[in-house]
Design a protein around this ligand. Structure first.
Ligand SMILES: Nc1ncnc2c1ncn2[C@@H]1O[C@H](COP(=O)(O)OP(=O)(O)O)[C@@H](O)[C@H]1O
Ligand SMILES: Cc1cn([C@H]2C[C@H](O)[C@@H](COP(=O)(O)OP(=O)(O)O)O2)c(=O)[nH]c1=O
Length: 207
């Protein structure tokens, strides 16, 4: 990773505002002079697109392994090269998403963790949190829902995200919890930008 480059994961349940926050955070960081690359998982590659479009029929362990394979490929071909180039990378979804979505699909958390054992640890994984009621309202407005969105529920997702947060905390994964209740998209992005600045300071101090 080049000096000053950070790897930021944006995590949280469906509809919490991950893609909105990723875009607004990138705008803020760029305005502050940082070079930023925004990406998401599943990745924008043939394998990532296969996961996205095949998720209805690709189930359980097969989906977990396909998602993990996509993550390693994403890391090798996009995330690490961008970091080496000095860019800060923001990924909309990363490991915490798998620790939740693959559990909804029937896997145990330890097995999912094993499939992700060799991924790059982010500089900071930001978990966006909201209430189940608000998430349900936002999802009701969507015309298309994925199989896992239909099988799970906002409350189950929130419970599993909480579990995943604790699981990652016990493994010293750098994390922050961002409460989005009654917080505008701009303020969420401002809080994330502050967390990124603190992470940059910590990383610089550790050199
Ligand atoms: N902080 C916020 N306050 C109110 N609405 C929000 C906020 N963040 C996102 N939204 C809205 O919620 C919906 C879901 O946001 P999105 O970024 O697509 O979520 P995700 O990527 O987590 O599924 C969108 O309609 C978006 O405009
Ligand atoms: C990132 C990720 C995605 N997926 C699968 C399930 C999701 O329904 C599907 C698409 O991800 P999703 O984030 O819902 O895509 P979109 O950007 O279209 O909202 O990928 C997993 O099962 N585990 C993961 O860790």
């Amino acid at each position: 990773m080049a000096r000053g480059a950070l790897f930021i994961a944006i995590e949280g349940p469906n509809g919490v505002g991950k893609s909105t926050a990723s875009t607004l955070l990138a705008e803020r960081l760029r305005a502050g002079g940082m070079r930023v690359h925004v990406t998401s998982e599943p990745s924008d590659t043939p394998l990532g697109r296969l996961v996205r479009t095949g998720e209805a029929g690709l189930v359980g362990r097969a989906l977990a392994l396909a998602v993990a394979a996509d993550r390693y490929h994403h890391m090798d071909t996009e995330i690490v090269p961008a970091l080496m180039d000095g860019l800060t990378v923001i990924s909309d979804r990363y490991v915490q998403s798998s620790l939740v979505l693959q559990r909804i699909d029937g896997l145990e958390i330890e097995e999912i963790w094993q499939y992700n054992a060799h991924v790059l640890r982010p500089s900071l994984s930001c978990y966006l949190h909201h209430t189940a009621q608000e998430l349900a309202q936002r999802l009701a407005q969507r015309t298309r829902r994925s199989r896992l969105e239909r099988v799970g529920s906002p409350q189950r997702e929130l419970d599993l995200y909480q579990d995943a947060y604790q699981f990652l905390l016990a493994r010293h994964w750098p994390q922050a919890l961002v409460n989005c209740q009654e917080v505008s998209p701009d303020r969420v992005a401002a809080e994330l930008a502050l967390l990124v600045a603190r992470t940059a300071q910590r990383q610089e101090g550790a050199r």
